[in-house]
Structures are given as structure tokens and as C-alpha cells.
Write a protein that binds this ligand. Sequence first.
Ligand SMILES: [Fe+2]
Length: 287
Amino acid sequence: MSSQRKKIDLRRITRRSTLGVLGIGIPSGIWAAGIEPDQLSLTRKEIILPRWPKALDGFTIAQLTDIHYRPGTDDGMIAKLHEALAKEKPDLITLTGDFVIDDPSSLPELCRELKGISAPQGVIASPGNHDRWHCSTSNLRKEIEGTGMTYLQNQATKLHIKGENVFINGLDSIWAGRPAPARAWKGHKKNEPVIALVHEPDPFDDLHLARPLDLQLSGHTHGGQCRVPLIGYAPAKVKFGRKFIYGHFHKGDSQLFVGRGIGTVGLRVRFACPPELVILTLRSASS
Ligand SMILES: [Fe+2]
């Protein structure tokens, strides 16, 4: 083959490759920026807990996390959440932090939007690193409790249902707050199942050894926010969210569920990792 012919072939291959990359890249970019961030997905998961009371078999928890509210842009997503929660009717709703991105004025706006979210056993929230970086504790408590939710920052509450006690606590953000497990577990009585709201998932490794912990609910990672389709690899890692990026994990008698969350940080893009409302159904091992 002459060198002139080789050059022409190379140019053709290069042109086709470029068109191929653009052909995949441009639609993917439009999808990631313009479509997927508004696609609310629903994940249902059954979790068998060894210490969960038989009387509470089938108890449902909606887990919401990482709303990272962008006023004016995310209102459609909040409306979808209201609709999905009204349809699912969970027994309890939990929010595991990161209500804001970096603007504290978005918190009262979000709280106005969240008003009306309710469940028979209540709505319980704990803080995330962005909340603790950009909002004061007093504002977080005032705004979140103003919606009728319970706000737990190194604190606990107990549910009393069908003669059973369930201990629910919320730890302060590991990254941006002052986590105090001794305070968060204060008042826990042996045999009470513990559900811990902990924004960052990686402390599960230590917490499950240090404290009674049946189920930890976390977010923080956004499931990676953009993943490689089919293989699910998430290239972007975040501090305190490197070991448990998404899904259900076991360590001893303790379990962890990490949700993908609702919102985004940085560019408002998601790819192969849509916003997620999680409905967990807790099962008793003795049923
Ligand atoms: Fe987040």
C-alpha cells in the first residue's frame, strides 16, 4: 500500500472514530445533564434483621438522602417525591442529610417544599456534611423541625409500636460535624433494635463493632452520581464514602443500606445512576 493511500485510510478511521465518540458522547451528555437528574427511580428492598421483632415484620421505611436542593430547578423532583411517598405509604420516612449544596438560604425553601410529607411513625432527619458546612445547627434544627420532622444530631428517639421499642438515632456528620456516638446511643436498652442515620457510610466498619447496630442508613456517595453502564463502576469517590458506595452490606449482625440519593453536587449530571427513593421492608428473622 502506498504511503498516500495509508494516510487517506488513517484519516478515514480517525474521522469515523471521532464521529463515533461524538455520536455516543453528545446523546450521553444530553441524557446525563438534561434527562436523568429528573428521573426519580424507586428501589424496593427487603432486609431481614436478626433482632427485628416478629410483631413488626413488614415495617416499611422510605429512605431519602442527599436532596441537595436547587431552588427553581428541583421543584419537579420534589413534586415527584410527594407523589411517590403518598402512593407508597411507608410506616416511617428517614432523610439522611445533605439538604443543601452550599447556599443556606435554600434550606428554608426546601423545608417549605417538604411540608406535608408524613408517615404514621414520623419523619426523621439527620445532617450531612454540606448541611454542617453551610448551615448552623440552630438553623438546621429550626427549619427541619418546623416542617414537623424530628431532627437528630447525636441524638435518639424511640418508636413504640405494637408493644415493641425501636431505637432510632442520628449521628452528626463524620466529615463536617462533631460525631458523638456515646450521645447518639444514650438511652439505648439491650434488645431494642437500633436503626442509625449516619450520612457518611464508611464509619459502618467501626460503628458495627463499637455499638449495638442493626441497620445503618446512609447516603453521601450519590451512588457515584455517574457510573459506567452495565459494569456499574463509579469513578468518582468521596471522602468517607469509598468503601460502601451503593447498596446493601452485612458485617456480623449489622447491616448497612447506602442510597443513591436525589440530588447532585458539582454539575447537575447523573449517568446510569438515577435519583432514588428507597423503600425498605424490614423482616423479622423469626417470622
Ligand atoms: Fe451529598
